[in-house]
Design a protein. Structure first.
Ligand SMILES: Cc1ncc(C[n+]2csc(CCOP(=O)(O)OP(=O)(O)O)c2C)c(N)n1
Length: 182
């Protein structure tokens, strides 16, 4: 997706990698992310800051489900300050990048401590006064984002995704370090 208008933000592990591969912004200051060192949880704060900086432009955040949990209460900030950003959660029910490393290095049957629940983040966000939707099929993603943007409110689109989709970057990193003893 290429954004001609608006701001994109990305937060997460494998989600960040997918974002780097698939999203593009054509103007300066319109693509915000934590970079390779990856301080998770910056997504909603970055999106809110972008909305303050560019109030007339749509702001969309793509984030992992683990990462969005770190600063989830910033939905409250969005509502109180009337900052209509659209948060799209890549909900693979895991700290995906960590789980995927375990799968590659140790085997799929040796995943431990990295799985999350099927959580209705959309409902939790609604409790803050946010527009929420659950999406469980690919065709539903775009219309849900369009409805969220049209709502004029802060929004949380909770998209259920493949829990075993490993990004190419994580595949390479895990394979490279396999057998290193670390
Ligand atoms: C503040 C912080 N804590 C922990 C980590 C380590 N870490 C890197 S990727 C990752 C998993 C992220 O999971 P999620 O946000 O669900 O995104 P996914 O990998 O599933 O796309 C973790 C915990 C980090 N980079 N930053």
């Amino acid at each position: 997706m290429v954004a001609e208008h608006g701001v994109l933000a990305v937060d997460g592990g494998d989600t960040f990698v997918w974002g780097e591969l698939a999203l593009e912004a054509r103007r300066p200051g319109r693509y915000l992310g934590h970079g390779y060192l990856g301080c998770l949880g910056t997504g909603i704060p970055f999106a809110l800051a972008a909305k303050l900086a560019y109030p007339g432009e749509p702001v969309v955040l793509l984030t992992g489900d683990g990462s969005v949990g770190l600063n989830f209460t910033e939905f409250d900030t969005a509502v109180r300050h009337n900052l209509p950003v659209t948060v799209v959660i890549n909900n693979d029910r895991a700290w995906g990048m960590c789980k995927h490393e375990q799968m590659v290095r140790l085997g799929a049957d040796r995943v431990i401590g990295t799985e999350l629940a099927f959580t209705r983040y959309d409902k939790a966000a609604e409790a803050f006064g946010v527009y929420g939707e659950l999406v469980d099929e690919e065709e539903g993603i775009r219309p849900a984002i369009e409805r969220a943007l049209a709502s004029g409110r802060p929004a949380c689109i909770n998209v259920m995704t493949d829990p075993n989709a490993i990004s190419p970057a994580q595949q390479a990193m895990a394979a490279a370090s396999a057998g290193s003893g670390h």
